[in-house]
Structures are given as C-alpha cells and as structure tokens.
Design a protein around this ligand. Structure first.
Ligand SMILES: *[C@@H]1O[C@H](CO)[C@@H](O)[C@H](O)[C@H]1NC(C)=O
Ligand SMILES: *[C@@H]1O[C@H](CO)[C@@H](O)[C@H](O)[C@H]1NC(C)=O
Ligand SMILES: *[C@@H]1O[C@H](CO)[C@@H](O)[C@H](O)[C@H]1NC(C)=O
Ligand SMILES: *[C@@H]1O[C@H](CO)[C@@H](O)[C@H](O)[C@H]1NC(C)=O
Ligand SMILES: *[C@@H]1O[C@H](CO)[C@@H](O)[C@H](O)[C@H]1NC(C)=O
Ligand SMILES: *[C@@H]1O[C@H](CO)[C@@H](O)[C@H](O)[C@H]1NC(C)=O
Ligand SMILES: *[C@@H]1O[C@H](CO)[C@@H](O)[C@H](O)[C@H]1NC(C)=O
Length: 860
C-alpha cells in the first residue's frame, strides 16, 4: 500500500500545474520529498572573502504519516537559525523550544516540528514550504561551489568567478537540500547583482540551468535577474556560474540549437576551435537523425573554467563546464593528443544530450545509464569519423580506426577476474559508476556495439538506432527494449545465422559475462578440404581465470588463397561453448579470423598458420587488411604476455613491423607494447627479457620514426601519427629520439616553430628519466602540467614494474645469428617443407620460417 501511494506521488509533476507522468517506477522510500527549490542568491565577490547570501524556499510534500522531523543535508554553510521556518499555509510549524540541530560534521540539518506533517494524497494535496537563510563563504579549494582566480589580460589584473560542480553528491555545499540523486525537483533561481561597491568585483554574467525570464532593478543598486523554472532535475544536474565573462554564439544549420561560448573577452579566440567543432557535431547529429528537432530548448552554454576541472558533468545539458586547459587550442601549447581528447569529450557529451536530457521538449529517460554512456561513446566515435579531422565526409562512413581504438582501450582493463560484467551496473545512475570503471563501461559497451554494427551491417544498424531513438522520444529506453527492436529491424538476416542467434541474444551474452574470450584456431591441413576448429576460453594475462566460455561470437574470416570463399563474404555464424568445426579449402594458405578486427575477442592460431601469416606480412603486408594487421599485432603482444605464445614466434610475427607504415597498426603496436608491463602476467617477465623486447621494438620503430620526424606536414593525421611513434620511440629509450625532443625544445624556446607541443610528453618522459635534471625553464601552464602529470605517472609505473621483476638470464642468442646452426636448420627445413617449395623463399623469410619451425618442433 505504501508503494502504491509513492507511485502516485512520483507520477505527479508540479511544473505547470498539470499531471505529467515522469517516473513510472521505483519510487523512493523517503518521508519528505522535495518538489521545488527556489533560490534567491546575493553573490559578493571580494578578493579576500567572497561569499553569497541565499534565501531558500523548498516546497515539500510528506510521503509518510507522522513525520515530526525534516532531515536536510547541508555542509559548510552558515545557517541563520532564527530564519528557519516551515510553513503550512501561513502558519510556521517549527518547534519553538527546540527548532533545529545543525551538525556540520555529519552534514545534517534537522528541523523539529511542533505538529506532524499531513501525508500527501489525492484528497489532500498538502504542500509545505521550508524557508532557510544562510551565508556561504566561498574559497578556491572548496567542494561543490568554489572560487576561481585567474589573470585577466584585458584589465591586467586578477579576477574571480564562482562556479558549481555538484555531481555526484556536492549540492549540500551549495544550499541545504535533500541529497539523493534520484530525487528530481524544479529549480527557480533569482540572482541579485550589486554593482559599483568599493572593493567589490564588478560582475555581469550569471548563468544557471534555466533561461533568463526578466531583469529589473530595485533600490539599493541591485539588479535582479529572474530565471524561468527549470525542468525537473536531480541535484547533480543543477549549476550556477557567476563571472565577468564575455561570449560568442554559433547556431546550427538545421535548427535553432545554439552554442554560446563563455570566456574572458581576450581569450575568446582561443576557443574558436572547440566552438566550431561543437556546432559541426550538432549539425552531424541532425543529419544523422534526419530531423530538425532541437537538441535542447534554449541555448547550450559552454563555459571555459580556468581551473583544473576534468571533463563535463555527465548530467549537464545546457550549462556545460570544463577546465579551460582541456578545451583551449593555442598552437604554441596544445598538442594533437589534446585536440583528440577535447573533440572526443565534446562529441561524447553532445551525444549524451541527443540521447536524452532534461531540456528536451519530451524527455527521454534511460533505465540503464551505463548503456547510455556506452551508446554516447560509440556515437561520439561515429561522429568523429564523419568529422574526419575537420574535412567532413560527403556520405556516412562506418567506424574503422576509432573502433579499434575503443576496443583496445576496453581490453586493456577488461581481463582481471575482479572486473565486473557490464550488466552489474544495472540501474546505477551514470554519476554513480565508480571512476575506475568508467573506461570499461564506455569503451567496452562501445566496442560491443561496433561488433554488432559489423555483424548486422552498418547502414541497417544506424537506421535501426535512429528509428529507435525517434520512436522513444519522451519515453523510456531500456536495453531490453532496444535489443528487441533491433532484432525486429534486422530480422531478415535471420537465415544467415547458423542457429538463429539474434542481436539480443548475442548482446546479452557479452553484457552478462565479464571479460572477453580468446579463440584458438586449429587448422587440420591433412584433409581436403581443410578443417578449421574454433574453441573459445576466457582470456587472461594470469594463469587463473581461463575457463571455457560461451560467448556468442559472430565469426568472420578471410583466407589467403581462395577467391571462391563463400563464407568470407557472408561471414555470419556464431559460436558458443562447444568446439566448432567447419571446412574451408585453404590451399596451404592462412586463415585470419575476426575480419577487420571488429570482434571483441582475441585470436590465437596453430603455429603453422602463424608462420604463414608472418610470411605474408614480411613479403607483402598489404595483402592483409590494415585493421587486421593492427589486430594481429596487438593480439601477438597480448598472447605473449599471457604466456600463450612463445617469444620467438611472437617476434617472428612482429618482425615485419619495420616495413609497417600504417598509423592504425602503430597505435595498436604501442598499446600492445604497454601490455608487456602487466603485473603478474604469465609470461614471467624478467629484466633481461624486457630489455630484449625494448631493443627489438627499437629496431622496428626506427624506419617509421626517421621518416616521420623528417616530415614537416602539419595535417591532423600526420601530427597524430608522428606523436604516437615519437612517444613510442622515446619510451623505448631510443637515443636519437631523446636528443630530438631536446633539440625541438630548444628551438621552440627560440620561437622557431610550433612542433614542440606534440613532443612535450616525450620531453617530460626523457627529463623524468634523468634524476638530476627534473626542471623546466619556467612555470608550467595547466596545458603543459597535464602532460607532465601523465608522463610522471608513466615513469613511476614503469620504474615500479622494472624494480619488481627478477633480473633473469639473457636468452641464448637466436639460432639465426650463427651460420653453422643456420646450416643445420636449413637441412631440417628442407626435409620438413620439401613439398611446399619452401626452398624458393627469399633469405629473410627463410630464416624466419626456420626459427618458427624449430620452435614448433621443440614445443612438440
Ligand atoms: C523504508 O522506510 C522505512 C521507514 O523509514 C524503513 O523501515 C524501511 O527499511 C525502508 N525501506 C527501504 C527499502 O529502504
Ligand atoms: C561583462 O564585462 C566584461 C568586461 O567589461 C565584458 O567584456 C563582457 O562582454 C561583459 N559580459 C556581458 C555578458 O555583458
Ligand atoms: C527558431 O526560432 C524561431 C523564433 O523563435 C522560430 O520561429 C522558428 O520556427 C525556429 N526554427 C526551428 C527550426 O525550430
Ligand atoms: C536490475 O535492477 C532491477 C530493479 O532494480 C532488478 O529487478 C533486476 O533484477 C536487476 N538486474 C540485474 C541483472 O541485476
Ligand atoms: C548455437 O547456439 C548455442 C547457444 O545457444 C551454442 O552453444 C552453439 O555452439 C551454437 N551453434 C552454432 C553452430 O553456432
Ligand atoms: C612461468 O612460470 C610458471 C611457474 O614457474 C610456469 O608454470 C609457466 O609455464 C611459466 N610461463 C612461461 C610462459 O614460461
Ligand atoms: C633512461 O635512459 C637511459 C638511456 O638514455 C636508459 O638506459 C635507461 O634504461 C632509462 N631509464 C629508464 C627508467 O627508462
């Protein structure tokens, strides 16, 4: 009965006096429920003691009988005791002798009543108003609401601003409230601005989460700005900004969507890039959605806060704040990696807004917010693909390189046995997902959607998403509902699946289980046609946690020698727990499973197949697709680290890297190389072996490195490629790279060019390696500081890892180094491979083959 009543309460929306269904489930077990907050804020900014006074009126209803006490959350606020009143109509019902208790330690404000609240019901629509006045002193390092000090170029003096960041649970520092992220209420703001007062900073910009209604002046020199009532939002979605910022506006092509960018007037141009980017993404979203429905009502305010704020607030939709250093673009300081990061961050946030936000005319809500986060990530990469580094494409192109990047990011964190399955996040709000799992949730969900896209075909997949979002505007979106619809939309593929697996069953199997599988491919070459066996188990870098799994894996493959390979073009079957066998005539060539690396799994082959792949890579790597090469390179590192592949074979496959010229493959190689320092991995890493890898990779990276640092090309993609390869080369302790970044640094200080930002990370890395000179010629700005922080962390982690592993023995010199052993092994090969015509191989691949075969034989 209690629950039934609560549902009624939640159904009632107070926005415009009429009932609107807002929450159709899960009502909350609270005795008092806030309906509206009305805040009148009087801010005063002084250099030494900024504060604001606030008159707060909270309209509440009682959710239970006999409520005698109202518990509010409040922290670091100076509450005026005598101002606390609870009005039942005109009557104040606060208990006279014992009105309230405020404990700043437990951050509770408890108001005692002299008579119990009447429970809210259909027949008794009783509202109460809680009135509280308080003062809040705001300092620079405060939580929730804080003061930001910055140097203003125009006035040549320091200025201050007030900014809130209320997620996840910091609203109580801003005003007394019911701090529960699931409570939603309407917010009405009124800001009283006092101008022209001695020592008081002139301030003219006040922004909250609702649009301005009217401005008027009253006596005593105050200007009042009244704002419209906000939509119903949780506390973490509220925001307030108060400064002397100026703005510029851009409007979208197809709708009235506008982004207003706020910054100190002399710095506006430094944000032109992010501003234009944002509006381009909004245009892309409208083109994708094929409609002219505005993303939000009113403008989107993008505020550049000159402070170390990291990222947008997940729940924000019209008041986006981010650290200025994260969105500024100054050629002299901003590196290409930072541009990449800022474009992704904003594209992701605008995708979140498109998927559902409180500012929609009809609000779309997601039951599983983790799924929304993953979808926003996936869409962000989709839009970045269309943005194409500032040269938007004429027509839609599917994800490629970004997909792989997403997958490798997810896989790097998704293997430990303590990693949760995605489904365990269930109904958690996005703000409740622990920071350590953010990447997992965003990247893994995105990577799985990418796998699905490739499986049901890009166009169909996107059409389905678009239609789905359209049909669910103003309603609930749930994972179950989404997959059911997807099944329906993609039903014509049905006959293509061997056993009728549908999109929903496949997705389900990946969301329910933690981690990801490795598929072992065994080709039985002694039959015609050849028989290929696939078997999956959990992938793990350690020895435990390797049980057989039953992921439904959409399998796709390519083969080397069969132009008539029917299944290569219709690669549509899924495997479960049992070994799966199929026939394919490989004609002594390789088979590569996981076409274009789109599947969220790794693949290990039998040694003969690996050898054939290695041979093709060396002879002509272009016959294997770029994305597959990237996949293979990353898998080889991972399989080696997991102890599933021996070092010689791994190096043999990677041998060809010196000829590799693809940015995607080098990115995958750099990510793979990082895996070598996985703690506790089954490859039993020792210092000697680590150094051997370092020297091996150094040799491989030099040709690409030399080519790139000569080029003065400043295109986005080239810069990115150069930076990635340079970072890798420097972290491999390549002497030339170290002296190169030093030289660039010196040239940069003489003002010669702007190449330094892309080298900066490596420069810090190189500096950090030398304990004696840990200095920089001047104080770092936040853009540089950010790179330094990352470089320092990397150095610390590496030192710790190297410190922990044993010295180990140097490995015996490889057989290929001595001519006598080479002689004997050639004989072995001749015997083994006569029928294959191996004798006609070129010298290098011959040697390679020999080593691999010897390894293979010794394994047996
Ligand atoms: C709901 O509230 C009542 C009374 O405050 C409490 O006894 C009960 O445990 C609560 N139930 C839940 C599910 O929180
Ligand atoms: C606020 O004042 C600053 C400094 O005078 C000015 O540059 C800026 O444009 C003003 N902002 C607004 C919104 O009027
Ligand atoms: C944009 O706003 C104007 C005026 O507010 C309105 O007349 C027009 O219909 C809007 N256009 C779109 C595409 O929403
Ligand atoms: C998710 O939460 C809902 C309600 O909170 C519950 O009914 C459901 O069983 C949960 N699902 C999982 C997989 O935990
Ligand atoms: C069919 O699906 C089941 C899971 O329901 C799986 O175990 C099995 O291996 C699949 N078979 C084929 C041929 O894909
Ligand atoms: C690592 O060492 C363990 C225990 O000594 C051993 O069982 C395992 O096979 C070794 N792994 C490799 C790849 O050599
Ligand atoms: C520091 O650099 C030198 C070569 O310049 C290298 O031998 C050494 O291993 C590096 N130290 C670390 C911790 O990377």
């Amino acid at each position: 009965m209690f629950r039934a009543f609560l549902i009624f309460v939640c159904l009632f929306s107070f926005t415009k006096g009429q009932s609107v269904i807002v929450v159709d489930e899960e009502c909350l077990n609270y005795t008092v429920y806030p309906v509206q907050y009305e805040l009148s804020i009087y801010p005063y900014i002084y250099a030494d003691h900024s504060y604001y006074d606030c008159e707060l009126i909270i309209t509440v209803i009682a959710n239970a009988p006999n409520v005698n006490v109202i518990d509010l959350d409040a922290k670091d606020l100076e509450i005026q005791g005598e101002s606390i009143k609870v009005f039942d109509g005109p009557n104040n019902i606060v208990n006279g002798p014992r009105p309230f208790e405020y404990n700043d330690l437990t951050s509770k404000l408890r108001i005692y009543l002299k008579e119990p609240l009447k429970m809210y019901s259909k027949g008794n629509r009783q509202l109460y108003n809680i009135k509280i006045m308080f003062r809040k002193f705001v300092k620079e390092d405060d939580s929730g609401i804080f003061l930001v000090k910055y140097y203003d170029e125009q006035s040549k003096e320091y200025k201050y601003l007030l900014q809130t960041r209320l997620s996840p649970n910091k609203a109580k520092y801003f005003f007394p409230c019911f701090e529960n992220p699931k409570f939603e209420a309407v917010f009405k703001f009124r800001v009283f601005i006092l101008k022209d007062m001695k020592d008081l900073q002139y301030t003219n910009t006040s922004i909250v989460i609702a649009e301005e209604l009217l401005t008027h002046s009253i006596k005593d020199g105050y200007t009042i700005i009244e704002y419209m009532a906000s939509p119903q939002v949780g506390l973490h979605q509220v925001g307030f900004h108060y400064s002397v910022f100026a703005n510029t506006q851009l409007q979208a092509k197809h709708t009235n969507d506008t982004i207003i960018l706020w910054a100190p007037i002399d710095e506006l141009h430094d944000y032109k890039f992010i501003h234009n980017f944002g509006i381009t993404i909004i245009d892309l979203i409208h083109e994708y959605a094929k409609d002219d429905r505005a993303l939000v009502q009113g403008p989107i305010n993008l505020i550049t806060v000159p402070d170390l704020i990291s990222g947008y607030e997940i729940g924000s939709w019209n008041l986006l704040t981010n650290g200025a250093y994260r969105i500024v673009n100054i050629a002299q300081f901003t590196s290409i990696k930072q541009l990449e990061a800022m474009t992704f961050e904003l594209a992701q946030h605008l995708s979140r807004i498109w998927l559902g936000n409180p500012g929609e005319i009809e609000r779309t809500r997601w039951k599983e917010e983790w799924f929304k986060e993953g979808m926003a990530t996936y869409l962000a990469y989709h839009f970045l693909t269309q943005y194409n580094y500032g040269n938007p494409l004429p027509e839609m192109r599917p994800l490629t390189v970004y997909g792989l990047q997403m997958k490798h990011k997810a896989m790097a964190v998704d293997w430990h046995k303590s990693t949760p399955a995605l489904e365990t996040f269930n109904r958690s709000l996005a703000i409740e997902i622990p920071a350590r799992y953010k990447d997992l949730v965003m990247m893994k969900t995105g990577a799985i959607l990418w796998m699905l896209e490739n499986w049901v075909e890009s166009e169909k997949f996107h059409k389905s998403i678009m239609n789905y979002m359209k049909s669910r505007r103003g309603k609930y979106v749930s994972l179950e509902d989404f997959t059911t619809t997807l099944d329906h939309d993609t039903i014509e593929c049905f006959h293509q699946f061997f056993n009728g697996s549908t999109a929903s069953r496949i997705l389900g199997s990946w969301f329910r289980r933690r981690g990801y599988p490795v598929i072992n491919v065994q080709v039985l070459r002694d039959r015609t046609p050849n028989s290929v066996q696939l078997k999956q188990r959990q992938f793990s870098f350690t020895l435990d946690n390797r049980e057989v799994t039953d992921f439904l894996i959409p399998i796709s493959y390519v083969v080397q020698n069969n132009q008539d390979c029917y299944n290569c073009y219709k690669p549509r079957f899924t495997i479960g727990a049992q070994t799966y066998t199929f026939s394919e005539n490989l004609k002594d060539g390789w088979i590569i499973v996981n076409r274009q690396g789109t599947g969220y799994y790794r693949v290990n082959y039998d040694p003969v197949t690996w050898t054939l792949i290695a041979k093709s890579l060396i002879e002509n790597n272009a016959i294997i697709d770029e994305l597959n090469r990237a996949q293979i390179v990353n898998d080889v590192f991972a399989l080696y680290v997991a102890g599933d592949m021996n070092m010689d074979l791994a190096m043999d496959v990677l041998e060809y890297l010196e000829k590799e010229r693809s940015p995607a493959v080098w990115a995958a190689a750099a990510a793979g190389y990082e895996l070598l320092s996985t703690e506790g991995a089954n490859c039993n890493m020792s210092k000697q072996v680590y150094w051997e890898w370092e020297s091996f990779m150094r040799k491989k990276v030099i040709p690409m490195y030399s080519q790139l640092i000569k080029s003065k090309d400043n295109q986005w993609l080239t810069r990115l490629f150069r930076k990635n390869v340079l970072d890798l080369a420097c972290s491999l302790n390549y002497e030339h790279c170290h002296s190169h970044v030093r030289r660039i640094y010196v040239e940069d200080r003489r003002g010669k060019h702007n190449l330094f930002p892309d080298c900066r990370m490596s420069y810090f890395f190189v500096l950090g390696n030398e304990t004696f000179s840990n200095t920089y010629s001047r104080e770092l700005n936040p853009i540089e500081e950010y790179d330094k922080m990352i470089a320092d962390k990397k150095i610390r982690e590496r030192l710790r890892f190297i410190g922990r592993i044993p010295m180990g023995e140097p490995r015996p010199l490889p057989i290929v180094m001595s001519s006598t052993t080479e002689q004997t092994s050639t004989e072995e090969v001749t015997e083994e491979q006569q029928t294959d015509g191996a004798l006609s191989l070129k010298y290098s691949s011959m040697v390679l083959l020999i080593t691999i075969i010897i390894n293979y034989l010794s394994l047996r």
